[in-house]
Write a protein that binds this ligand. Structure first.
Ligand SMILES: NC(=O)c1ccc[n+]([C@@H]2O[C@H](COP(=O)([O-])OP(=O)(O)OC[C@H]3O[C@@H](n4cnc5c(N)ncnc54)[C@H](OP(=O)(O)O)[C@@H]3O)[C@@H](O)[C@H]2O)c1
Length: 266
């Protein structure tokens, strides 16, 4: 299937690892050009070289998406590098297990900045020009926790739920002008967020008192019909489809890519 992404210019936040890196690779495989965004300069430069070695046309911007004017700076950098922006993937995110009693006001503010204000500013910087050309795609990477609040990640859940509402606002505003705005809600995915030392796997192991990482991983997988975590590639495939020409009649959706985790049919 030709996804019609050749020479499309894409901005992917959180592109130096996990889901964002796989989105970048798959977009490049389709012939798109990608501006990769994340905070750690060394990691971002290393991943730029990995993707270039695979033949990908990529540039990078080191930026915290929650910093002042990040949205304008990132979109300006993409315009400077590639002349326009056709596709925006708001993927940057972090999560930590912390029950409601321990989650501070600051934790809630942080997640709101990351999941709502940063994507808001990026969409405001990117979408009007997409609409002016009559074609654009935005994918906001939320979570199953946005649909079904997680008791162990209350601040993250609230931020990701708000992201779904924000995404819907932009979808309704811009669909008639050719810009399709959608969300995906991944289930637990074996990226660094889960698998890195001290990540969600270790945090869940400690919270539930599992004897080993293997036992904690098995327990996390068993909580969903598919029986395992996703790979970053599996989540990226759904995101890249929503970035494509083929998703021309999908607007305002919040697709679960979660191995059946959230039992809803709407
Ligand atoms: N993994 C899961 O189980 C899961 C499930 C549902 C939803 N999600 C969502 O999927 C998205 C990607 O997660 P992942 O699993 O791929 O995580 P990951 O492997 O930890 O990668 C996160 C990426 O985001 C970047 N990042 C984090 N904060 C940033 C900021 N403020 N500004 C710019 N870049 C930032 C990181 O690089 P730097 O640290 O260098 O900035 C990295 O490139 C997140 O929004 C996450 O909430 C993940």
């Amino acid at each position: 299937m030709d996804l019609g992404l050749k020479d499309r210019v894409c901005v992917v936040t959180g592109a130096s690892g996990g889901i964002g890196l796989e989105v970048t690779r798959q977009l490049c495989d389709e012939g798109a050009k990608v501006l990769m965004v994340s905070r750690d300069p060394g990691q971002l430069a290393a991943m730029r070289e990995v993707v270039r070695a695979e033949g990908g046309k990529v540039e990078v911007v080191v930026k915290d998406v929650t910093s002042d004017c990040a949205g304008q700076h990132i979109i300006a950098a993409a315009n400077q590098a590639f002349g326009k922006v056709d596709v925006l993937v708001n993927n940057a995110g972090v999560a930590e297990w912390k029950p409601l009693d321990d989650a501070s006001e600051e934790d809630f503010r942080f997640q709101f900045e990351l999941s709502v204000i940063a994507p808001l500013n990026l969409m405001r910087a990117a979408i009007p020009e997409m609409a002016g050309r009559g074609w654009g795609r935005v994918v906001n990477v939320s979570s199953t926790a946005g649909k079904r609040p997680s008791a162990m990640m209350p601040d993250y859940s609230v931020g990701k739920a708000a992201m779904l509402s924000l995404s819907r606002q932009f979808a309704e505003r811009y669909a008639a002008e050719g810009v399709m705005v959608n969300s995906v809600c991944p289930g637990p995915t074996a990226s660094d967020l889960w698998m890195a030392e001290g990540g969600l796997l270790d945090q869940s192991k400690e919270a539930a008192g599992h004897a080993s990482r293997e036992e904690a991983l098995k327990a996390a997988g068993a909580k969903r019909p598919i029986g395992r975590l996703a790979t970053p590639e599996e989540i990226a495939s759904a995101i890249v489809f929503l970035c494509s020409e083929r998703a021309s009649y999908v607007s305002g959706a919040a697709w679960g890519v979660d191995g059946g985790t959230v039992p809803v049919i709407i």
